[in-house]
Design a protein around this ligand. Structure first.
Ligand code: ADE
Length: 232
């Protein structure tokens, strides 16, 4: 899978892409991520990418020409399945969307900055608008990284243990069961006996019950969804 990210602050993106699981996914050639600097596509000699909003008001707006130039240049070589703009106005990102996007070949993520981007770019080029939650960040760079992380770890072979992405919280609607590691006794607190029993079937039953109880307590909305689904 290939993901291109267009940003006017590309340095914000590098470190998270070059560590841990995303780094490994790229080393294994299961995921390619390319970061593009919007300024490289500016058509004026000052390399400007933003301007004051027509009609007045606070904040700068990313102008249409560099965005269009960047998108058109990238589209000349790559056929994108989706051109995604990260914005608080978008559809709220969730595991189902991550699963669907992980099946795509090529994604282009556009990170806005300042007040937003010229609406004409949204109207003409963007195929999907995604928000990572009901709060406003300074730009779409962190949301873009969240998408890359959530999608990248679902690509088969990226996680060492092939099944572990499938057992994540939300993958089966329920929250994850609690997990423990050594030492077996920490500050007088013992690991649940069942986890030391070696009885894998009993352990799986215990985990499922813990997931159900935890979800019912912490996320009654998800619990209701789970009860209605064929997974319950
Ligand atoms: N840009 C600024 N805030 C955002 C959010 N909540 N989700 C996606 N993109 C954003």
């Amino acid at each position: 899978m290939r993901i291109d990210i267009l940003s006017c602050v590309p340095d914000l993106l590098h470190s998270p892409l070059n560590h841990s699981i995303l780094k490994r996914a790229q080393q294994k050639k299961l995921l390619e991520v390319f970061v593009h600097n919007l300024r490289d596509y500016s058509l004026d000699k000052h390399k400007s990418v933003d301007d004051y909003p027509f009609g007045g008001g606070a904040g700068m707006v990313l102008t249409a020409p560099p965005l269009a130039h960047a998108i058109n240049s990238l589209c000349q070589n790559i056929l994108y399945d989706e051109i995604i703009f990260l914005t608080p106005d978008g559809e709220t990102f969730n595991q189902k969307m991550a699963n669907q996007l992980s099946l795509k070949q090529n994604l282009l993520l556009i990170a806005g900055h300042y007040k937003g981007i010229d609406q004409r770019i949204r109207d003409k080029y963007i195929t999907k608008e995604i928000s990572i939650g009901d709060y406003v960040l300074s730009g779409g760079e962190l949301p873009a990284l969240i998408l890359v992380d959530a999608i990248g770890r679902l690509i088969p072979g990226v996680l060492g243990d092939e099944t572990s992405a499938l057992s994540d919280s939300f993958q089966n609607i329920l929250l994850d069961a609690p997990c423990y590691t050594r030492p077996a006794i920490f500050e007088g607190l013992k690991v649940p006996e069942i986890l030391l029993s070696g009885d894998h079937q009993k352990i799986e039953e215990w985990r499922l019950n813990q997931s159900i109880e935890k979800t019912q307590k912490l996320r009654p909305d998800l619990y209701a969804e789970w009860e209605k689904s064929e997974l319950s």
